[in-house]
Write a protein that binds this ligand. Structure first.
Ligand code: PLP
Length: 357
C-alpha cells in the first residue's frame, strides 16, 4: 500500500532525493567510500557544502548583503543563539505570541535579554495571529515565527517594522519567495522542507554581524565563527547537508520558490475547501491566518476522532494526529508532499462523512 506521509517533521522527502542519497550512502562518486565515511574537509564534501550554500542564495535571490551558514543544534538552539549574538543583556527584543514556537522563543530569549511580548492569541488557542500592537521604542529586533508548525497559523504578510525581523522559518523555509528587505536573520531546521534532521540553515544579513554586543559569545555560538570558516569550524553535519543540497537541486528543478508557492497553495486550498465543506470537520484557524504547511482541524463529534485516524491509516494516510498538547488533526503538507496525497486525504474525509451518515 502506498503511504501518504503527513508527518510534521521529519517529513516526506522527494523520492528521487532519497534514491540518490541511498546510493551515495553505499558509495559516493566512485570513491569506494560511503559519503558518510568521508572527511568534512575533503574536496568532494566541501564542494557539497558550497553548492548547498549557493543554491540557498540562488533560490531566495539573496543579495551579497547576506551570509548563509550551516549549523547544528536545530532551530531550538537558534532561539538562544540569535539573541546571544544580536542583543545586550539590558536591551529588548519583541515577540508576538502566536503559539508553541513563539512561547519557546520568548522563554529562550528571556534568559539572554529583555523580551516585549506584544500580543497573544493564547486565549483563543492560537487561532489567529495578533495584529494590533505597537513596537516599543528601543526594540532591537522583532522575532517572528513565520509558520507555527503545531498550532497551524502562518504569516502571509510579514510585519513592516523599523527593526529587522529575525525569523524562525523552520516549517516554511523555501516554500515561497520572500521580501528580503525585512529580514536580519532567517533560520530553519532542514527536516521539513529541505532535508533531514541534523542541520540548520542560517541566513544572516552582514550588518547584523557588526552589532557590538557586550557579552562573551562562546566561539561555537558566534555567527562570525561559522561565517569566517564557511561552516567548517567543527565537523559539519555532512550527510544532512548533502541531502539538503539534493533537495535544493530538486526544488530548483521543480521551478524554484514561485512554483513551490503555487503548488503549496493548490494543496492547501484543496484541503481547506474540504474542511469547510464537510460538516464533520472544522478548521482550527481563522481563514486569513491558516497555514499552507500545517492544516489543523478537528472533528465535530470528538468520539469519532480515533475512528477517523484508524480509517485514514488503514488507507495509507499517516501522521495526521495533532500535537499531544493540542490534539485534533494536523495534516502537514511541505514542499515534497504531492497533490495526489492531499487528494487521497480529501477523498477519505468524504468517504468517512458518507459512512457515518
Ligand atoms: C517553527 C519551529 N521552530 C523551531 C523548531 C525546533 O526545531 P528543532 O527541533 O530542529 O530544534 C521547530 C520544530 O518542529 C519548529 O517547527
Amino acid at each position: 500500500m502506498k503511504i501518504h506521509n503527513f508527518s510534521p517533521g521529519p517529513a516526506v522527502i522527494p523520492p528521487s532525493v532519497l534514491a540518490e542519497a541511498a546510493d551515495s550512502l553505499k558509495e559516493y562518486q566512485g570513491t569506494g567510500m560511503s559519503f558518510a565515511e568521508m572527511s568534512h574537509r575533503s574536496p568532494k564534501i566541501m564542494a557539497v557544502i558550497e553548492e548547498a550554500t549557493d543554491l540557498v542564495k540562488e533560490l531566495l535571490s539573496l543579495t551579497p548583503d547576506f551570509e548563509v551558514i550551516w549549523m547544528t543544534g536545530g532551530a531550538s538552539a537558534q532561539l538562544a543563539i540569535a539573541p546571544m549574538n544580536l542583543v545586550n543583556p539590558q536591551q529588548a527584543i519583541a515577540v508576538v505570541d502566536t503559539g508553541y514556537w513563539a512561547t519557546k522563543a520568548i522563554k529562550a530569549a528571556a534568559q539572554i535579554c529583555k523580551v516585549h511580548v506584544l500580543g497573544s492569541s493564547k486565549e483563543t488557542n492560537y487561532d489567529r495571529i495578533p495584529k494590533n500592537w505597537a513596537l516599543p521604542r528601543g526594540t532591537q529586533y522583532f522575532h517572528v515565527v513565520s509558520n507555527e508548525t503545531i498550532d497551524g497559523n502562518q504569516y502571509h504578510e510579514y510585519p513592516s517594522v523599523k527593526v529587522p525581523l529575525v525569523a524562525d522559518m523552520t516549517s516554511d523555509f523555501l516554500t515561497k519567495p520572500l521580501p528580503l528587505d525585512k529580514f536580519g536573520v532567517i533560520f530553519a531546521s532542514a527536516q521539513k522542507n529541505f532535508g533531514l534532521a541534523g542541520t540548520t540553515c542560517v541566513i544572516v544579513r552582514k550588518d547584523m554581524l557588526d552589532r557590538k554586543v557586550k557579552r562573551t559569545i562562546p566561539h561555537i555560538f558566534d555567527y562570525k565563527t561559522h561565517v569566517s570558516t564557511q561552516s567548517l569550524y567543527h565537523t559539519a553535519a555532512t550527510f544532512p547537508i548533502y541531502v539538503s543540497m539534493l533537495t535544493l537541486r530538486w526544488t530548483k528543478a521543480q521551478g524554484g520558490l514561485a512554483e513551490m508557492q503555487r503548488h503549496n497553495n493548490e494543496k492547501a486550498t484543496l484541503l481547506y475547501d474540504e474542511i469547510d465543506r464537510n460538516a464533520l470537520f472544522t478548521a482550527s484557524i481563522v481563514k486569513e491566518d491558516r497555514s499552507t504547511m500545517n492544516a489543523c482541524f478537528r472533528i465535530n463529534q470528538p468520539e469519532l476522532e480515533q475512528s477517523f485516524l484508524d480509517f485514514a491509516e488503514q488507507n495509507g494516510v499517516v501522521g495526521i494526529k495533532g500535537f499531544p498538547t493540542v490534539g485534533d488533526f494536523r495534516a502537514s503538507m511541505y514542499n515534497a508532499m504531492p497533490l495526489e496525497s492531499v487528494q487521497i486525504l480529501v477523498d477519505l474525509m468524504r468517504e468517512f462523512e458518507q459512512k457515518i451518515n
